[in-house]
Design a protein around this ligand. Structure first.
Ligand code: PFF
Length: 449
């Protein structure tokens, strides 16, 4: 595809909606609460916030800078900025991470469709906490339904991506994201007014220093990367569609704030209910699917809210899956010179195969385990805690030390037409703070130091 014909976002709100749509997803509403629950509660939130500010924002802005300045997919972007050097491997790693993330993420997205269906047919009515637990475990351990929902979700994702940036991704995210926000607020109000809610809020907001460990910090870093969609070139790809007049600094800040806010609001919706109903906060991946149906039974109009909630959870997932698929599609179409249609078909079929195994992780494929993790867990851990931080490390190093200050300054100041007063702070963060923080947390978390 020629640069001149390249698709792009059509409006400022469209850029924010698409990038926030990528960032806000199952990572905020499904993953954040259970990872926090498993890692000591409030202390995790505190470390998470610190890492988002020190590492997350610099990586995100670096990705936008690389993407917009080259107008290329992650692999092509590095090829263009550092011809003849091995930096393109960072781009390749991102493409591989995209396959792996899509394969397990879309499985969970499929679960949200099953739960939407159950909400519609009164599937939770009258069930006790124990029965809801069993219902989830039974569904997830099955064969046919998890695979079917996964494939349906993959198809929906491909259907939007094939329509392109402006007429596909932007068009849908602009409508869906504001809707999601309102719904989370409604759920929060319900959750905090439950009897016993205070315990949950204490768990979320009161840091208990004794619960801190190297692993907790690595989990917080991994969660930050995953939640912000950074470290694998998703935002290089989206950045490549951002117009030259947009302020990248503002965009990165807005997206980070929106993403963090939604994660905290999701925590407020979940933990009061977890404690109010005596569920353990550290039950893992099933947390949201076991807890929320209980809240819905308690609230007036719960039938209605359950439907809207699972619909919106699916939507949050969809605005994220499209961004991950777009990484692979941009790569295939620009590097292999495929049409968008063939690129989308090829990418989604390949992910479709991998995802069938991930969907079977609690059922027919459960025997495959590594270090106590099933196949799904392996994909999740490897991407969030290893590939994304590693990718982020090289991305900030590249922008801080190799891309050239003039080029970075030109990109962030829109060729000198706007002031980017934060530039010195940004450069300091990408040169020293972020790489050092990632390296330390990473090696510490893996037990290397
Ligand atoms: N940020 C998404 C979420 O929090 O649900 C997940 C995600 C999307 C991760 C895109 C990585 C990515 F490149």
């Amino acid at each position: 595809m020629q640069t001149g014909q390249r698709d792009s976002f059509g409006s400022r709100f469209g850029v924010i909606a698409a990038a926030a749509g990528s960032a806000i997803g199952l990572g905020n509403i499904w993953r954040f609460p259970y990872v926090l629950g498993e890692n000591g509660g409030g202390i995790f939130l505190l470390i998470y916030l610190l890492l988002v500010a020190m590492v997350g924002i610099p990586v995100m802005l670096s990705e936008f800078t690389i993407g917009r300045s080259t107008q290329r997919n992650p692999y092509g972007a590095f090829r263009r900025l550092a011809p003849g050097q091995p930096w393109y491997l960072v781009g390749m790693m991102g493409i591989v991470a995209a396959f792996m993330i899509l394969a397990f993420y879309t499985v969970v997205a499929g679960w949200t469709l099953e739960y939407l269906y159950q909400a519609l047919v009164h599937g939770f009515r009258g069930l006790s906490s124990q029965q809801l637990n069993d219902m989830f475990d039974h569904f997830r351990g099955g064969t046919f339904r998890p695979i079917l929902w996964f494939l349906i979700f993959m198809f929906l994702t491909a259907w939007i991506v094939v329509a392109g940036i402006r007429n596909g991704i932007e068009k849908y995210t602009k409508v869906l994201m504001p809707f999601l926000f309102v719904l989370i607020l409604v759920l929060d109000v319900r959750a905090v007014t439950l009897p016993g809610a205070a315990e949950g809020l204490k768990f979320l907001f009161k840091p208990d220093l004794s619960k801190i460990s190297a692993e907790t910090i690595l989990e917080a870093l991994g969660q930050g990367f995953f939640s912000l969609s950074i470290g694998m070139g998703t935002l290089i790809t989206y950045g490549s569609y951002i117009g030259k007049q947009e302020r990248l600094g503002n965009t990165a800040l807005n997206v980070t704030i929106a993403d963090t806010l939604i994660a905290v609001l999701a925590g407020i919706a979940i933990f009061p209910a977890v404690f109010a109903f005596g569920i353990q906060p550290d039950v893992g991946t099933g947390l949201v699917f076991k807890t929320l149906p209980l809240i819905f039974q308690e609230m007036p109009g719960g039938y209605f809210f359950a439907i809207i909630f699972f619909l919106l959870l699916s939507i949050a997932a969809l605005t994220s899956t499209i961004s991950v698929l777009e990484v692979i599609v941009a790569f295939f179409s620009e590097e292999l010179h495929l049409t968008r249609r063939s690129a989308t078909l090829l990418a989604s079929s390949a992910v479709g195969v991998l995802g069938i195994f991930a969907a079977g992780s609690w059922g027919w494929f459960h025997k495959v385990e590594m270090l106590g993790q099933n196949f799904f867990g392996i994909l999740d851990f490897t991407t969030a805690n290893i590939l994304l931080p590693l990718g982020g490390f090289f991305i900030v190093l590249f922008v801080g030390w190799f891309m050239g200050t003039d080029r970075v300054r030109a990109e962030l100041s829109n060729d000198g037409t706007i002031r980017a007063a934060y530039l010195p702070v940004f450069l300091f963060l990408v040169r020293f703070v972020a790489p050092l923080a990632i390296a330390l947390v990473f090696m510490n978390g893996l037990g290397w130091i």
